[in-house]
Ligand binder design. Structure first.
Ligand code: PEP
Ligand code: MN
Length: 331
C-alpha cells in the first residue's frame, strides 16, 4: 500500500509510522510511505495521517499502474521520454570507452545524427576476468570531456558499489548493468540521487524480480527510473540471448516506467541488430540503445554486435520511418 502523508505530518512522526508499519519512507514533494503489499487497507491510525492511499496487488507498488495510471515522464537533459511525449530516444556509442579518439568519433556521430545521448562503459562487468574491464575513472573523464565539448548527455554503467559515487558524479544518466541488477549497494545509492537511472534486466530475472529491483530505487526517493530489457537466457544458443518482447509488452501494460530496449546485447551479432531494432521501435517504446564502434572488428568488448557508423546511419534513418508510422518520434 502506498500512503501519501498529509503535509501537516512531520518527518519525525512519519519515521515513527514507517517503523511501526515496516514501511519505506521517502520525500518527493511530500512524504510517501510504502508498506508491504499484503497490507490492504489503512487502519484508523494510518487514516489520520494519510492524504491518499493506493492499494496494490504485489510488491510492484511505486512502479505499477495501480499507483500511477499514466507513464512517468523522465527528463534526459535535452529530451524527455514517457508521459505523453511519444518520444523514442536513440542512445548510441561503443560498448566501452577505449581511447579519446574512439569516443570522440562516436560523439561526432551523435552530433551528426541529432542523437543527444552518448553511451559507453568505463567500468565493464565482464564474464571473464581475462578480458578488458574498462578504463575506469579515465573513461569517465573522457565521457565528461565529450559532454562538455559536444553538448551531449552521457550514460555509463556502475559495475559495483565501490565506484557508484564516482559514476553518479560523472554520468548524466546512470546505467545499472544486467549483472549488477541485484546489487543493493548500487540500488540504494541510485535511490539517493535524482539523476535518471537506466536499470537493465538481469538475463535470468523474472519480470516481477526486475521491477522489484526498480522499486528499491523508487522507494529510496528517486522517481527517475527507466527499465531496459536486454535479452534473457533461454534454451537457444544461436543468438547470445533472446530479446523478450513479450516481457516488454507486459512492462508497458503493468508498469508506469519508461521502457528502453537493447537489441545489441540481446542478439549479440551485428547482422540482426537493424531488424530487431525496427521491431522494438514498432512496439511503441521509449527508447532504443544500440552499440556502435568506429571499427567493430577491433573493439575491446562486444566486438561481434557493434554496428559500424554507416550501418548505424542507415538504421537510424529507417527507425525514424518506423516511429513515424506509429505516431512516435525518434529523438
Ligand atoms: C553494456 O551495456 O555494455 C552491457 C554490459 O550491458 P548488459 O549489462 O546488458 O550486459
Ligand atoms: Mn556491451
Amino acid at each position: 500500500m502506498i500512503v501519501h502523508l498529509k503535509k501537516s505530518v512531520s518527518l519525525e512522526e512519519a519515521e515513527k509510522l514507517a517503523a511501526k508499519y515496516k514501511s519505506a519512507l521517502f520525500e518527493n514533494g511530500s512524504l510517501v510511505m510504502v508498506t508491504p503489499s499484503k497490507l490492504k487497507a489503512a487502519d484508523e491510525e494510518l487514516q489520520k495521517y494519510a492524504e491518499q492511499v493506493f492499494v496494490t496487488d504485489t510488491d510492484i507498488q511505486l512502479a505499477g499502474k495501480q499507483y500511477l495510471k499514466t507513464k512517468r515522464e523522465v527528463n534526459l537533459g535535452k529530451v524527455a521520454i514517457g508521459g505523453n511525449t511519444n518520444n523514442c530516444v536513440a542512445i548510441t556509442g561503443p560498448c566501452s570507452v577505449e581511447s579519446e579518439e574512439q569516443i570522440e568519433a562516436a560523439a561526432k556521430l551523435c552530433v551528426e545524427l541529432g542523437v543527444t545521448i552518448l553511451r559507453a562503459g568505463a567500468y565493464k562487468p565482464r564474464t571473464s576476468p581475462y578480458t578488458f574491464r574498462g578504463l575506469g575513472l579515465e573513461g569517465l573523464k573522457l565521457l565528461a570531456k565529450m559532454r562538455d565539448k559536444y553538448g551531449l548527455q552521457v550514460i555509463t554503467e556502475v559495475r559495483d558499489s565501490t565506484h557508484a559515487d564516482e559514476v553518479i558524479e560523472y554520468a548524466d544518466i546512470i546505467q545499472i548493468g544486467a549483472k549488477s541488477m541485484y546489487d543493493h549497494g548500487i540500488l540504494n545509492k541510485c535511490g539517493k540521487t535524482k539523476k535518471p537511472v537506466l536499470l537493465k534486466r538481469g538475463f535470468g530475472t523474472t519480470l516481477q524480480e526486475f521491477v522489484q529491483a526498480a522499486e528499491f530505487i523508487l522507494s529510496g526517493g528517486n522517481p527517475n527510473v527507466i527499465l531496459c530489457e536486454r535479452g534473457i537466457r533461454t534454451f537457444e544458443t544461436k543468438t547470445r540471448f533472446t530479446l523478450d518482447l513479450c516481457g516488454a509488452a507486459w512492462l508497458k501494460e503493468y508498469t508506469n516506467l519508461p521502457i528502453i530496449l537493447d537489441p545489441s546485447h540481446a542478439i549479440g551479432y551485428a547482422y540482426g541488430v537493424p531488424d530487431l531494432a525496427r521491431a522494438c521501435v514498432a512496439m511503441g517504446i521509449d527508447g532504443v540503445l544500440i552499440e556502435t564502434h568506429p571499427n567493430p572488428k577491433v573493439a575491446l568488448s562486444d566486438a561481434d554486435q557493434q554496428l559500424n557508423f554507416d550501418e548505424y546511419r542507415a538504421l537510424h534513418s529507417s527507425l525514424k520511418k518506423v516511429a513515424d508510422a506509429i505516431g512516435y518520434k525518434i529523438v
